[in-house]
Design a binder for this molecule. Structure first.
Ligand SMILES: Cc1cc2nc3c(=O)[nH]c(=O)nc-3n(C[C@H](O)[C@H](O)[C@H](O)COP(=O)(O)OP(=O)(O)OC[C@H]3O[C@@H](n4cnc5c(N)ncnc54)[C@H](O)[C@@H]3O)c2cc1C
Length: 421
């Protein structure tokens, strides 16, 4: 039995071979596909791709291509919603074709072997808790049709809106970049003294992002918060007033969906489900993965589900502690993984001829962090950092040494030759 058809649940469908001759059901109370598909990774990356394509139109000229582009907010929005609905339908069909039952409703754990859904009692041999997380609401900014969370944002946002984003974290930054062509975001407000306060990123990276955000005409208000939002007026605790604001997006973090567990499995002091390194909870036949254990990235959720299935069916008995790269899909993108040690090698991408072809800005760089030759961490600032980071993950996760590595020429990765000594 799996509770939650989000990223973890989706991964389950990719391991049908392990589930043959097993009775499997997924319980889902909302939309199949969970946060990532419906209100997270996919809608945001759809918008970001549209904005990025639009922004890159002027660069076509250097290749002799003359295009005039018009961008339509309404078309992007409706195409994105259709795209998401289509993937959701495919997921439902895939589950059905694999003989996996989808039970619609909210699950409630009654004891270590029994769940309740819609007044029906279901017993299970093994359970995977994959119930994810939900946006945090602020006491003075209760969610409604004008105060949006990332759950409601995608359908509620309109071309004529002027918004303030509360929270200068990854989500706030990504939304600023994706709405850039429409000048919808007026300001980003954060209680912390800097953007991305929960991440220990070098000052240089935050500086690049702040510059880009300012260039988009978005004001960054730090060490302050929204005091009130009424009659289209937002007042900040630092005294600043913004008029003609139609909506506020609150993106200050997420909290795990655990109330349905009735304290039957242990939670840690941060409220996440506590697991051992094998993703088993305090009851060994009950596993947990994804946002509900605090991993907060779709790829981590999926990898954990894959491990759980292999462990459950005795195909893998130990899990490597992996580093999962967070990525900011800004322009340039920021991707990093591992630890930032004192031995660091830096390269600039501007020396690479492909940088001209792919509009890689002068500011783009990468840092390789080493300890006794072994790769401990990587940080990449590049328009395609979300792809380039993968070169380094096996080095970090398998604790490999950086030797004289080679890369095809010409390619964006060719720049990493600069890490050789
Ligand atoms: C705006 C935004 C952008 C993001 N972008 C990225 C990105 O680019 N890359 C990335 O890696 N991550 C991204 N994330 C994070 C990513 O979406 C999550 O880490 C991922 O979805 C977690 O997957 P999950 O399976 O743990 O939980 P979820 O996807 O949240 O799924 C949990 C499911 O469980 C259901 N559920 C909860 N309780 C019950 C119950 N009692 N009974 C039945 N069903 C229940 C929920 O309805 C939900 O569908 C983003 C998040 C947001 C909000």
């Amino acid at each position: 039995m799996v509770v939650g058809f989000g990223s973890c649940g989706i991964e389950l469908l990719n391991h049908a071979n392990l589930l043959k001759n097993k009775k499997v059901a997924i319980i889902e109370e909302k939309n199949e596909g969970g946060t990532c598909l419906n209100t997270g990774c996919i809608p945001s990356k759809y918008w970001l791709r549209a904005s990025h394509l639009y922004k890159s139109l002027p660069s076509y000229k250097k290749f002799g291509i003359n295009v005039e582009g018009k961008i339509s907010f309404e078309e992007i929005k409706s195409n994105m919603l259709k795209f998401v609905a289509n993937i959701r339908q495919n997921l439902i069909h895939k589950a059905q074709s694999l003989g996996i039952e989808i039970i619609k409703g909210g699950a409630l754990l009654l004891n270590e072997h029994t769940l309740q859904v819609n007044d029906k009692t279901i017993t299970f041999e093994k359970l995977i808790i994959a119930s994810g997380s939900r946006p945090i609401e602020l006491p003075h900014l209760k969610f409604n049709e004008k105060i949006l969370s990332t759950d409601t944002f995608w359908k509620s946002i309109n071309q004529n809106d002027k918004i303030i984003i509360v929270g200068a974290g990854i989500i706030g930054i990504e939304v600023s970049f994706m709405l850039q062509p429409f000048k919808i975001v007026k300001s980003m407000v954060d209680l912390a003294p800097d953007i991305l306060s929960t991440f220990h990123l070098p000052e240089e990276v935050k500086h690049i992002l702040k510059q880009k955000i300012k260039e988009m005409g978005i004001k960054i208000e730090l060490a302050t918060s929204v005091k009130s939002f009424a009659n289209d007026k937002v007042e900040l605790t630092n005294g600043q007033i913004y008029d003609n604001i139609s909506k506020v997006l609150v993106a200050v973090g997420r909290k795990p969906n655990t109330s349905w567990l009735n304290n039957i499995v242990k939670l840690n002091d941060k409220g996440y489900v506590e697991t051992n390194e094998l993703y088993q909870t305090s009851s060994k036949h009950i596993y947990a993965c994804g946002d509900v254990v605090g991993s907060n990235l779709a790829h981590a959720a999926m990898y954990q589900m894959q491990f759980i299935l292999k462990h459950m069916f005795s195909l893998q008995t130990s899990a490597l502690p992996l580093c999962y790269p967070p990525i900011i899909y800004s322009d340039p993108q920021i991707a990093w993984c591992g630890t930032f040690t004192s031995e660091v090698r830096t390269i600039k991408f501007s020396h690479n001829p492909t940088s001209y072809l792919y509009n890689v800005g002068e500011e783009c760089f990468a840092n390789l962090y080493l300890e006794e030759g072994k790769v401990k961490g990587i940080l990449i600032v590049h328009p395609y950092a979300s792809e380039l980071i993968h070169i380094f993950l096996p080095f970090i996760n398998k604790q490999l040494k950086w030797e004289n590595e080679y890369f095809a020429h010409p390619s964006m990765s060719f720049s990493f030759r600069g890490f050789n000594r």
